[in-house]
Design a protein around this ligand. Structure first.
Ligand code: SF4
Length: 289
């Protein structure tokens, strides 16, 4: 059974259902929003929701790709909802947050990959709440320069695109994606003045040399912030975990990535791309001073 396989002691996080967690869930439901926290069965959900932090999943909750690590449903997606940004604004106001993380399902069915929807959502928020900082975690837009540039040109604080794993594992882990295309997305976005972020999961069968090469590749793309976390199988249809890294090994990975030239590295068993995003943003900026 998924979730019943033995996990090491450091991967037994307690779920706490505080009043704020319940409120956060209610607001999300009442506004008809999707979050990757719920759709991807993120293990940090109760911790993040207890601070009102959620990562909004725009463009529906059905993905046109079917990555083997991901629990988000795949299938026929819905048409983009032009009021989605306004509903996110209502969430931001209700939970009084000052840093919004927004991602999407991959929409290979849309001519622009959903770029115009990202643009509309960001402008809606920035016009209504200019003080709110935005981190976008974007798909690869099939590598199309025009759409990547238009999204990277938005007035956002963080542009994130995850490579997720090492290139040798792409065929089994990220079908439909391409490691070199993802690096290209990051390189194109680098021309803009904002933090550039990427993320990788470990435990899928990668080796140390491959991880070192990914850190070097991301550094050469100008990535400022890298997140490294343990892959945890979200359901029976997903890939099994090949290896659990210990907390000390995560420290070793962090040191290795820093030596490769990445300015800020967040590494730990429960680290996810959007985990403590606001804190990581502020700390990375401080390192710049
Ligand atoms: S780590 Fe990210 S995806 Fe997971 S619960 Fe927190 S905000 Fe949501």
């Amino acid at each position: 059974m998924p979730g019943r396989y033995p996990r090491p002691q450091w991967l037994r996080k307690q779920k706490k259902l505080s009043p704020v967690v319940i409120k956060t869930k209610k607001v999300i439901m009442n506004l008809g929003l999707n979050t990757v926290c719920e759709s991807a069965r993120c293990p940090n959900l109760s911790e993040c929701f207890s601070n009102g932090n959620a990562t909004f999943l725009i463009l529906g909750d059905h993905c046109t790709r079917n990555c083997a690590f991901c629990a988000v449903d795949h299938g026929l997606p819905v048409a983009p909802d032009k009021d989605e940004g306004k509903r996110i604004i209502r969430y931001i106001e209700a939970l009084n947050i000052r840093f919004a993380v927004i991602t999407s399902v991959t929409r290979d069915d849309l001519e622009d990959g959903g770029a115009s929807h990202f643009i509309r959502v960001v402008w809606d928020i920035k016009e209504a709440l200019p003080e709110v900082k935005i981190e976008l975690l974007v798909p690869d837009f099939r590598g199309e320069l025009e759409y990547i540039e238009r999204v990277a040109d938005l007035p956002i604080e963080v542009f994130a695109h995850n490579v997720e794993t090492v290139p040798s594992l792409y065929p089994g882990v990220r079908r439909g994606a391409d490691y070199w295309r993802s690096l290209q997305v990051l390189k194109i976005a680098r021309s803009q003045d904002m933090l550039l972020k990427s993320g990788i999961m470990v435990g899928l069968g990668e080796n140390d040399d491959e991880l070192s090469q990914v850190f070097k590749d991301l550094s050469s793309c100008g990535v400022d912030v890298l997140t490294i976390g343990q892959y945890l199988r979200p359901g029976r249809d997903n890939l099994p975990v090949r290896r659990y890294y210990s907390p000390d090994e995560f420290i070793g990975l962090k040191e290795k990535a820093l030596r490769c030239g990445i300015r800020s590295v967040v590494s730990g068993p429960y680290v996810r791309s959007s985990y403590l995003a606001e804190k990581n943003y502020s700390e990375t900026l401080r390192k710049n001073v």
